[in-house]
Design a protein around this ligand. Structure first.
Ligand SMILES: [Zn+2]
Ligand SMILES: [Zn+2]
Length: 421
């Protein structure tokens, strides 16, 4: 009998962590949830974990992994780009914690212990985790190195965990490769479980036209985006449509882009990406930041949900300029500064809530599957049982109803709940 306990991402987006009990214990993802007030962690683990499987590098899936190595030394499995990207994010966590005099939940020592105990696995390679329990990764199409995990247990049962998944093609990825064969239980993300994305090409055009218009009117187009994946996608779009403006590229996006270029076989068109990256001015010191602020231009920087990052070096200079625009390019988790700005029109700058005069626009360049993609994934995998995770409570409820309408057995576990496969 295989049991799964949901330690996070249970009726919420963030801190993904699922403990699979197959005799030995397997941890699927070990992430954190960042809110403006605090970092939320998954429920504590009170047992020995034999293996940890990390679906991809994003902090809500990998951000707490080094903590696991404070008192134990399981083997972690992830793709090579996931390890490099996650390592970058772990060190960034330490840097931010240092600046804010906070506890990061782990230290450099645990990061190096994590690396030492990580076994890099490429897509399509079947690995034995322990006696007759196997793992295989498939491309999830979400970011470089993102993986769908298929685990087959001793008793013949099969569990598939999508991680974050994108089925349709994007600029950087050709879309997920779905595992074939039997599936007893599918754990699927439901970020967009109640809605469709707008057609990608149309959205790209709308974005590029608004960026160009902003610059032509003498303003700055400030694009705040996720460092890993999305920033490179945005540069590809700006290059593809030949935006006529200087483009500045600032923050951790630069490091992430370098890692992407090291793993060219994990992206669709590395040559095009290289051209897009070469076209941008990489902000390497303050003088280039000042230069960017002196002229109408495009600035691509972090963070995706306005939870910090160099965007706050630009916002105090630009928020009162009605010719400038702030572009948000993805999902805004509840309680984040980005979500609060969209909901209330206000943002906290240097401790004061202000109402920006620059307009704020949101675009959907999501690397998560929309509703019809989710249906396609489920129909192709055809599982006996579906578990929805990584979804806001109301979205999840609607997703559940629509799946039950199609005759599926669906579970939406709460925090700490357990199900049997
Ligand atoms: Zn993700
Ligand atoms: Zn996620």
């Amino acid at each position: 009998m295989v049991k799964i306990k949901f330690l996070g991402a249970a009726q919420e987006v963030g801190r993904s962590a699922f403990l699979v009990d197959a005799g030995e214990k397997i941890l699927l993802d070990y992430g954190v949830k960042l809110t403006p007030k605090e970092t939320e962690y998954p429920l504590p683990i009170d047992t020995n974990v034999k293996a940890a499987i990390i679906s991809h590098a994003h902090m809500d899936h990998s951000g707490n992994l080094p903590h696991l190595y404070q008192r134990s030394s399981p083997i972690s499995y992830m793709t090579p780009p996931t390890l490099d990207l996650a390592r970058m994010l772990w060190f960034d966590t330490l840097k931010i914690a240092g600046l804010e005099a906070m506890d990061a939940n782990f230290s450099k020592l645990e990061i190096s212990r994590t690396e030492k105990h990580t076994f890099p696995v490429n897509y399509g390679r079947r690995m034995e985790l322990f006696d007759n329990t196997f793992l295989e990764f498939f491309d999830a199409g979400h970011i470089a190195g993102s993986a769908i995990s298929r685990i087959t247990f001793r008793d013949g049962k099969t569990l598939i965990y999508t991680g974050d998944i994108k089925l349709d093609e994007t600029r950087l990825h050709p879309g997920a490769v779905l595992p074939k064969g039997n599936c007893d239980c599918l754990i699927i993300e439901g970020t967009y479980g109640d809605r469709e994305h707008p057609p990608r090409k149309k959205e790209e055009k709308r974005f590029v036209e608004s960026v160009q218009e902003t610059v032509d009117n003498g303003g700055t187009a400030l694009v705040s985006t996720f460092a890993v994946g999305r920033s490179a996608e945005i540069l590809d779009v700006l290059h593809e449509y030949n935006v006529k403006a200087d483009i500045f590229f600032d923050g951790m996006c630069q490091k992430a882009a370098r890692i992407y270029m090291n793993y060219s076989k994990y992206i669709k068109d590395p040559h095009f990406l290289k051209k897009s990256l070469d076209r941008a001015h990489w902000v390497k010191h303050m003088s280039i930041r000042k230069k960017a602020l002196k002229q109408p231009c495009v600035i691509v920087t972090t963070s995706g949900m306005l939870q910090g990052g160099p965007v706050y070096a630009y916002l105090p200079e630009l928020y009162h300029d009605k010719h400038s625009k702030l572009f948000l390019t993805g999902f805004q988790v509840q309680q984040t500064a980005g979500r609060i700005l969209l909901d209330t029109g206000r943002i906290n700058l240097n401790g004061i809530m202000v109402e920006p005069k620059m307009s704020v626009e949101k675009y959907d360049f999501s690397s998560h599957a929309g509703l019809s993609e989710l249906f396609k994934i489920i129909e192709t995998i055809s599982p006996q049982k579906i578990v929805i995770v990584h979804s806001d409570r109301e979205v999840m409820a609607r997703f559940r109803v629509s799946l039950e309408g199609k005759g599926f057995e669906v579970h939406t576990p709460g925090l700490g709940e357990e199900i049997v496969v």
